[in-house]
Design a protein around this ligand. Structure first.
Ligand code: NAD
Length: 337
């Protein structure tokens, strides 16, 4: 049983904590919080040991009546690996501390690839991360792109990808972010960083992306145009995506024609937090014209990359050499299709 710590029990951290707890070969030994807020209370209610990530703030937790197990310094020694789920940019700074402690670490997509040195996606480069000390699970958007492009590349080869990403303005709980009533090219420059980010795990993919922010909190939406190496039928693409783990086909004709309806479906699945770990591809959007494949997909930004953190733990701690075995084990424990 491997011992895992979660630094930053927020949107991603609390999901990774539950995902790790669902496995039978690893356990959460502690989670950290910077302040005694509702998420700190939640961690305790769920039975996680709570550590304070900014030691000077111990008093705040005591005043709030929250039982802490110590500061983050006391957590490090108990761990085989730490999953850093702190906000963008903080993970890279924390890496110096993990290095000093000789502790392996997994980071999230908000960190820059160069700051960590190695990126990870379960389906794209599991073997390259096997035994590594530090790796970053690519972002929600990049995970979404990799999940569908990799099986298509394996089926018929990809010459070139162009993708337009319609990004959610904020996560549901982020009351201070926008836009509220605007469509914002973001970044305003073309190409966006998403294409280069895909290449950190699918090294040879020729991909160019551009992105917009829109006033929604539910999901991201991607529009892909893919030049193919060899001729295939639409049905072969449908069959391939249908048989790809962590990908789901959705049909507008069955009432799933929008991100709102896809998230209603996710709520109906009855999973914790209404998470949709799978990438939802609209079946009717899949078309091929002049050797170019077109399709549209939706990404639940808060959860899609979470199972990848579990696989990254298995790869980095050399618990399972075969990516498919880790993926299936993670899926089974998390009830993922
Ligand atoms: P979040 O703000 O919801 O959670 C971050 C947590 O870290 C909070 O509990 C916060 O209190 C804590 N924290 C803040 N400063 C800290 C510090 N100095 N030390 C320790 N903990 C600290 O953020 P999030 O959305 O979970 O994002 C975490 C990472 O995951 C980022 O790299 C982000 O880019 C990435 N990510 C986010 C999403 C998403 O949609 N939210 C999707 C994929 C990847």
């Amino acid at each position: 049983m491997k011992s895992v710590g979660i630094n930053g029990y927020g949107t991603i951290g609390k999901r990774v904590a539950d995902a790790v707890s669902a496995q039978d070969d690893m356990e959460v030994v502690g989670v950290t919080k910077t302040k005694p807020d509702f998420e700190a209370e939640l961690a305790l209610k769920k039975g996680f040991d709570l550590y304070v990530s900014i030691p000077e703030r111990v008093k705040l937790f005591e005043e709030a009546g929250l039982e802490i197990s110590g500061t983050i310094d006391e957590l490090y020694d108990k761990l085989d690996i730490i999953v850093d789920c702190t906000p963008e940019g903080i993970g890279a700074k924390n890496k110096e501390m993990y290095e000093k402690k000789g502790l392996k670490g997994i980071f999230q997509g908000g960190e820059k690839h160069d700051a960590i040195g190695l990126s990870f996606n379960s389906f794209s480069n599991y073997g390259d991360v096997y035994g590594a000390d530090y790796a970053r699970v690519v972002s929600c958007n990049t995970t979404g792109l990799c999940r569908t492009l990799k099986p298509i590349d394996d089926l018929c080869g990809i010459k070139k990808v162009r993708a337009v990403m319609v990004r959610r303005g904020a996560d549901p709980a982020q009351v201070k972010k926008g836009p509220i009533n605007s469509i914002v090219p973001n970044p305003p420059t073309v190409p966006s960083h998403h294409g280069p980010d895909v290449k950190t795990v699918l090294y040879d993919m020729d991909i160019t992306t551009m992105a917009l922010l829109v006033p929604t909190t539910l999901m991201h939406q991607h529009n892909l145009m893919v030049e193919l190496e060899s001729e295939v039928e639409v049905d072969e693409i449908i069959d391939t995506l249908n048989n790809t783990s962590r990908v789901m086909l959705m049909e507008a004709s069955k009432g799933l024609g929008s991100t709102a309806e896809v998230m209603e479906f996710a709520r109906d699945l009855g999973r914790s937090r209404n998470d949709l770990f799978e990438i939802a591809v609209w079946k009717e959007s899949i078309n091929i014209a002049d050797g170019e494949l077109y399709y549209m997909q939706a990404v639940h930004q808060e959860s899609d990359a979470v199972p990848e953190s579990v696989d990254a733990i298995r790869a980095m701690l050399e618990m399972e050499e075969d990516p498919q075995k880790s993926i299936q084990k993670t899926n089974k424990a998390m009830n993922i299709f």
